[in-house]
Design a protein around this ligand. Structure first.
Ligand code: 1GP
Length: 275
């Protein structure tokens, strides 16, 4: 879903005048497309400003595509329903982009608005530096999916992505290391820089590492992995995160109303830190 306020998804994602924002990560491996679409709508009602789809490493294209389509259709329906409702106050903006967050060249969908086209910068394997990217690039060039160049850095504990991606994990005190990688990302002209602790991580990314990355001009900072509370999200934002990503949290709640209230309070706490 394309934002009406910005020409490109990159403009929207990197617009820091909108303050720190929350992104919801939906993993197609962990839920049906229908459940994913319901959760995405709830997340948007709660204040989430980006829906990311991906995460797991082995999800086939078809599953990712079905999930992206289900989310897009549900958002289109909400926009249509709102346009038919004379009393609608239009409080919820449903023009929220659906962005692929791929585990590799197999997890793509032409129905997505954009993709975090990532280099796992601290991987020891060529495959995750440029190999998967090369495998997907020609296909992506034939779609309308906008590419958001992203430096992706996996920090300790790293979880599955650290293991599978053969990451030389960034340790919590390695501020110099993050400065080096973030400068490197800026010099490559990457637009986004994602500090990842791993999905379901027991420790979120160390705040000093976030500050280091945020001190480099020209990058939009994403932080994710192990964030479950408003206080954790607030810490990330206070230290310079432009986007806080949560994934597992969304899967913790069977009851959609409970999920909405949990996410709403997290986003509120996180946003208050900037005022
Ligand atoms: C994983 O950073 C994201 O890539 C989200 O992590 O599932 O721990 O929220 P969680």
């Amino acid at each position: 879903m394309h934002p009406q306020t910005h020409q490109t998804i990159l403009d929207y994602v990197s617009d820091k005048s909108l303050g720190p924002r929350h992104a919801t990560l939906i993993d197609p491996a962990n839920q049906t497309p229908e459940v994913a679409a319901n959760r995405a709508q709830i997340a948007i009602e709660a204040g989430s400003k980006l829906i990311m789809v991906g995460g797991s490493t082995n999800t086939p294209d078809e599953q990712v595509h079905a999930t992206v389509c289900a989310i897009q259709e549900s958002l289109e329906l909400r926009i249509w329903a709102e346009s038919q409702d004379a009393n609608s106050e239009g409080i919820v903006d449903w023009n929220i982009p659906v962005v692929l967050f791929p585990g590799g060249a197999h997890a793509l969908s032409p129905a997505a608005d954009a993709i975090t086209f990532m280099m796992l910068m601290n991987s020891k394997e060529t495959e995750f530096l440029v190999g998967e990217q090369k495998r997907g690039a020609t296909y992506l060039s034939q779609t309308n999916v906008e590419t958001l160049s992203t430096g992706y850095l996996v920090c300790s504990p790293g979880g599955k992505v650290g293991e599978v991606g053969k990451a030389d994990l960034i340790q919590p005190d390695d501020v110099e290391g993050v400065l080096g990688w973030a400068n490197c990302a800026a010099m490559f002209d990457f637009k986004l820089f994602y500090l990842e602790a791993g999905s379901g991580a027991t420790e979120a990314v160390n705040p000093n590492l976030i500050s280091a990355a945020a001190s480099i001009q020209g990058l939009t900072i994403f932080v994710g992995g192990g964030i479950r509370t408003g206080e954790q999200a607030k810490t990330a934002v206070t230290n310079g995160a432009n986007w806080v990503v949560t994934g597992t949290l969304t899967e913790d709640y069977e009851n959609l109303n409970e999920l909405k209230s949990k996410l709403h309070s997290l986003i509120l706490t996180m946003s208050q830190s900037s005022s």
